[in-house]
Design a protein around this ligand. Structure first.
Ligand SMILES: Cc1cc2nc3c(=O)[nH]c(=O)nc-3n(C[C@H](O)[C@H](O)[C@H](O)COP(=O)(O)OP(=O)(O)OC[C@H]3O[C@@H](n4cnc5c(N)ncnc54)[C@H](O)[C@@H]3O)c2cc1C
Length: 417
């Protein structure tokens, strides 16, 4: 069944069990005191601005990844707030250098489900009508990231643009069954989807979807901070996928398994933890969350995200990496941060929501770029043009980011458990 129906069913079932669901709330901050077991969460209603404070004995973070509100179907809702909140609450993040997931879409309109097309006779071809994935070793079933890197290389060699060729695709019925939204789009467009090769482009999805980056969890979905659990795209899939980005189909399975584990273990944790009073926000009584509305600037916060998306969506920053370009991108992010804090105009609660999204997207971008600079080797989807070889001394070691002293710190770890 389509996922929206699944969500409706889950909602009904939760309400039936007496679970309270708060809609239209953006959580901006988690608070936690090392000496007390409880958690606090602070946020606001994005329609009427009403402040929301919650207390909890355990928290499950399931706020997705960060796609920089990129130009790809369904990826315009996640901006890394869960990653930033976890890190600021003391949890570790991992595989941030693998926060470079790109999907492929038709240039004409957002088209998803590429892996299904490739598995049943679809091909990417270059301007000379040549399929080029065969040389990747994995052929047409290459992971998304490998496919995108090959596309970039084809374009570099003057053989772009790239086309999706479905003339030999055999499972048209599958599209209407598995991807009803896409099917509707196809029917309402004048595009000859199956009969003619159509131009295809990579679309940045960042740390969301089949990327490795996220909050480091153990096999019980626990983060490194007691009482804080993470699941789905919010949690680092790298612990199972390693350096491979773009493994199709892994993400929903990961969300199901880690969601189940996080829920079960958070409930157990809560049942043996004393209730503690609401912890004060780091912003006094919480009014500080509205502070961005007093910045008297000119940029809409959405413009900051667009600019950031262009930086992170640059193939020469996030696919084919080099110290020089990563450093430059980092500097550009710093400039955007200055704009966000000093030259934005936030005139509604909806804008305020976008402001916080821009803030977290910048946080995520910074960690992704710094982790990419730190890993001075090439491994899987982390391709450093200036360090093209694998560093064997890093075998089995994971790059972990934490923010123990206010500033992100990076170091390699051997993981266990
Ligand atoms: C077009 C498309 C096709 C896909 N196809 C497949 C597929 O075939 N197979 C597969 O395995 N995976 C697929 N994926 C990936 C898969 O959908 C995701 O990995 C999965 O949905 C992640 O689930 P999640 O619950 O962790 O996060 P999300 O679904 O991203 O949900 C996160 C939620 O948190 C909310 N949120 C974020 N920040 C805040 C905040 N500060 N306060 C309150 N709420 C917040 C967001 O609004 C969102 O509702 C696809 C993704 C897309 C976009």
């Amino acid at each position: 069944i389509p996922t929206y129906q699944l969500m409706q069913q889950m909602r009904k079932s939760l309400l039936g069990k007496g679970v309270q669901i708060l809609d239209r709330i953006q959580i901006t901050e988690l608070s936690h005191d090392e000496n007390s077991p409880g958690w606090g969460a602070l946020g606001f209603n994005i329609r009427n601005g009403e402040m929301v404070k919650m207390e909890a004995r355990a928290v499950v973070l399931a706020a997705g990844g960060c796609s920089y509100r990129g130009p790809f179907f369904g990826q315009d809702v996640v901006s890394g707030e869960g990653l930033e909140m976890a890190c600021r609450a003391g949890a570790s993040l991992a595989y941030m250098e693998y926060g470079n997931h790109f999907n492929v879409s038709l240039k004409a309109f957002d088209t998803y489900g590429q892996s299904k097309f490739m598995a049943h006779g679809g091909k990417y071809i270059n301007r000379n009508q040549e399929p080029f994935l065969e040389t990747s070793g994995e052929g047409n079933r290459a992971s998304g990231h490998i496919a995108v890197r090959r596309m970039v290389e084809e374009v570099e060699r003057g053989r772009g643009p790239i086309y999706l060729d479905l003339r030999n695709f055999t499972e048209q019925d599958l599209v209407s069954k598995l991807m009803p939204n896409l099917d509707l789009l196809l029917h309402s467009s004048s595009l000859d989807f199956y009969g003619t090769p159509n131009e295809a482009i990579p679309g940045l999805t960042g740390t969301s979807n089949a990327s490795g980056a996220g909050v480091l969890i153990d096999k019980n979905s626990r983060t490194s901070v007691p009482g804080l659990f993470a699941a789905g795209d919010n949690a680092s899939k790298g612990v199972v996928t390693g350096a491979c980005v773009g493994l199709s189909g892994i993400s929903l399975a990961w969300a199901n398994v880690t969601g189940y584990l996080a829920g079960k273990n958070a409930a157990e944790y809560a049942s043996i933890t004393e209730r503690s009073p609401v912890i004060n926000s780091t912003r006094g009584n919480g009014d500080g969350i509205y502070q961005p509305m007093s910045i008297k600037g000119t940029f809409h916060p959405r413009e900051i995200i667009w600019r950031l998306s262009a930086i992170m969506g640059n193939a020469y920053v996030n696919i084919i990496k080099s110290e020089e370009r990563l450093k430059r991108a980092s500097h550009q992010c710093q400039q955007l941060k200055e704009l966000l804090y000093h030259d934005t105009a936030v005139s509604s609660y909806h804008d305020l929501m976008v402001w916080y999204e821009a803030k977290s997207a910048l946080f995520t971008a910074n960690l992704t770029l710094e982790a990419s600079r730190f890993r001075q080797e090439t491994r899987g989807a982390h391709y450093r043009e200036d360090f093209p070889e694998k560093n064997t001394s890093l075998e089995g070691r994971v790059l972990v980011a934490s923010q123990a002293n206010g500033q992100p710190e990076l170091s390699y770890h051997h993981l266990s458990g």
